[in-house]
Design a binder for this molecule. Structure first.
Ligand code: SF4
Length: 151
């Protein structure tokens, strides 16, 4: 993934050592890390970079809008909203809300109808039969956040 990163993993560590974390957060590198852990398992200095990338994404999330790749955060939010509401993914809603909220209103105008016609997208959502259990998980996480047990 380093090909897509403006700061390759080794430089990210160096920038962090130099206190340049804002520069790291302002870039896209942390969003292109796929958490494969190759770096962590091979690092001769035992730096667990995959965990550092996770922590940086969380920091970026908490600071809202530091990243140029804020669309990633929008997708994450909408994805989880769907899981909470339906207990599973509802792709049509995800795409529609993403396009509206990101201001890309015509983005899927050509592709969307083709996918609907081929049955790749469903017009109506299905709800998971265990939705109540799933919602309890979300409620529990919210409770833990309020109590400072989770971030
Ligand atoms: S976990 Fe490490 S090797 Fe894997 S994509 Fe992220 S930075 Fe690259």
């Amino acid at each position: 993934m380093a090909t897509f990163m403006e700061h390759p993993p080794n430089r990210i560590v160096r920038l962090l050592q130099l206190g340049q974390w804002r520069r790291v957060l302002a870039g896209r590198s942390i969003w292109y890390c796929v958490s494969c852990e190759t770096c962590s398992t091979r690092c001769p200095n035992k730096v667990h970079l995959a965990s550092i990338m996770d922590a940086l994404r969380k920091l970026s999330w908490d600071l809202k809008g530091q990243s140029k790749e804020s669309y990633v955060q929008l997708v994450n939010t909408l994805f989880l909203e769907n899981i909470r509401t339906y207990g599973r993914q509802y792709e049509l809603r995800l795409a529609a809300f993403f396009n509206m909220k990101s201001g890309q209103y015509l983005k899927d105008m050509m592709l969307g109808p083709k996918m609907l016609a081929k049955g790749k997208l469903k017009v109506f959502h299905e709800t998971n039969k265990n939705i109540e259990e799933i919602q309890k998980i979300f409620d529990r996480i919210e409770e833990m956040r309020k109590n400072g047990e989770a971030t």
